[in-house]
Design a protein. Structure first.
Length: 468
């Protein structure tokens, strides 16, 4: 093939590498069948089956559960403990092992029991500290949601690229097959002329060499076609299933118009970075709320038993195994970490710097997306211009090949002229097919730069249905 055809093959290979970078191989659930898919069906299929998509959705669910976990801080806390012990009376009567339930109430034990009860515990005032925790959990959920959308976009873009790569490989195979057929026909004609001593024997050798090279190029094109189909099947999760693509209008004349534009701020890349910035802001807010007094309404209810009576007499036996005295208490306490101000200031300085860094990254993300969009739009414009000229290139190449071959038959052209004309024709056939696919690929690239392939798929659907 000529240099330009090799360039297209390298483009196909590069696209396959991009598809391979999206994720690991998916194990197919069906085997030995043929699945024919349109481009829209392929994208939908990959989004439902690709493991990275499922993993991102589970991360969103985990982040959503994190909000519920943060909200549980608003609930009262009630702890229950039971102790049984036996100890000497050389110190204060009645051992109590360390725990966080029974309040340290002091005083003599009364002679008679009193059955009273009390209520639970709560933190009535925290100056928004728990609310800040919930806001941070929501920011984490938003970030996970944006990253899941980004995963969806990556998988969809990789599927579109893999699908168009299969079409490009198939059209390259068709052009190579047509080239082989032409060269086989011409090789037979040359041999007739050589056998009749109307042409030199060197022409037959050159015709054989050109035919052999065309067959080598056909073998390579078929190899590339199989590789591209395998890559598409892999990303669809159909590794052991034969996949076929439908050409539809993708190989027809280049479409007019473009998909509906989307604001760059809605791009999952920008939304994910914005969520990181909000998460950093939430951390700053948590620190701001931490240096405030905390009011605790606390209460406790408990029962105790002792093997000693109120007069200090040892009762013996099983006395003390069960509680025979009950107590309750309630009170309000206030805590304020006065000297934590130095720690709080340092932590706030750190988180504030992180917030500014995330804000700068968000600005950078918007700037990068703007640049990518402009490049994609410029590439689309160039692809349209190329696609407008390749039909003329193909018509001229066909005419040239026919005329030069006729001139060779009459002795007015050399075999080298015919070989060049045939090479020009196969290049023109490949150019024309790939130029049309390039327009669709660049339309998808523009939509991907804006962060949503759905307008592109809707645009393709409308064109397929004959819409404007």
């Amino acid at each position: 093939m000529l240099t330009k055809c090799r360039t297209y093959l390298r483009w196909i290979t590069g696209t396959l590498v991009l598809c391979a970078l999206v994720g690991p191989t998916i194990l197919a659930q069906s085997g030995g069948t043929i699945k024919v898919l349109t481009l829209e069906e392929a994208v939908d299929f990959s989004l439902k089956n690709y493991p990275a998509v499922r993993a991102s959705l589970e991360r969103v669910r985990a982040a959503q559960a994190g909000i519920g976990l943060a909200q549980t801080n608003y609930f009262p806390r009630a702890d229950v403990v039971w102790q049984t012990n036996r100890a000497t009376d050389n110190n204060i009567t009645g051992l109590l092992l360390p725990q966080s339930i029974i309040a340290p109430i002091s005083g003599p034990v009364p002679a008679s029991a009193s059955n009273r009860s009390a209520w639970g515990s709560a933190e009535p005032v925290d100056f928004g500290y728990r609310g800040a925790k919930v806001d941070a959990a929501r920011a984490t959920r938003n970030q996970a949601t944006a990253e899941a959308a980004l995963t969806h976009l990556d998988v969809a873009v990789a599927t579109v690229n893999a699908y168009l790569t299969v079409l490009a490989a198939q059209r390259t195979v068709r052009a190579a097959e047509a080239d082989v057929q032409r060269r086989e026909t011409f090789d037979k004609a040359v041999r007739v002329l050589v056998d009749n001593q109307l042409r030199a024997g060197a022409d037959a050798s050159r015709a054989d060499a050109e035919l052999a090279r065309a067959r080598v190029n056909l073998a390579r094109a078929r190899q590339q076609e199989k590789v591209s189909i395998a890559a598409l099947a892999d990303i669809l999760g159909l590794s052991d299933t034969s996949v076929e693509v439908r050409e539809s209008i993708l190989l027809g004349p280049p479409p007019e118009g473009s998909p509906q534009a989307m604001p760059l701020a809605k791009n999952p890349i920008a939304e994910a970075q914005h969520a990181r910035m909000e998460e950093a802001q939430a951390q700053v807010h948590i620190i701001d709320r931490s240096y405030y007094p905390k009011f605790y309404l606390q209460s406790s209810v408990y029962g105790r038993g002792s093997g000693w009576d109120p007069a200090g007499k040892f009762e013996g036996g099983s006395a003390g195994l069960g509680p025979d005295r009950s107590n309750w208490g309630v009170g309000l306490s206030v805590t304020f970490p006065v000297f934590d101000i130095f720690t709080v200031r340092s932590r706030k300085a750190i988180e504030s710097a992180n917030e500014r860094a995330e804000a700068a990254r968000y600005d950078q993300a918007l700037q990068d997306l703007t640049g990518q969009l402009r490049k994609a739009q410029a590439s689309l414009e160039g692809a349209r211009n190329v696609a407008e000229n390749t039909p003329q290139e193909l018509d001229a190449a066909r005419t040239t090949e026919t005329q030069v071959r006729a001139r060779y038959q009459t002795g007015l052209a050399t075999l080298v002229d015919v070989a060049d004309a045939q090479s020009l024709l196969v290049q023109a056939e490949t150019d024309d097919a790939l130029a049309r696919l390039a327009v669709w690929q660049n339309l998808a690239a523009v939509a991907a730069s804006q962060g949503d392939l759905q307008p592109f798929l809707q645009f393709l659907h409308d064109k397929t249905q004959g819409g404007p």
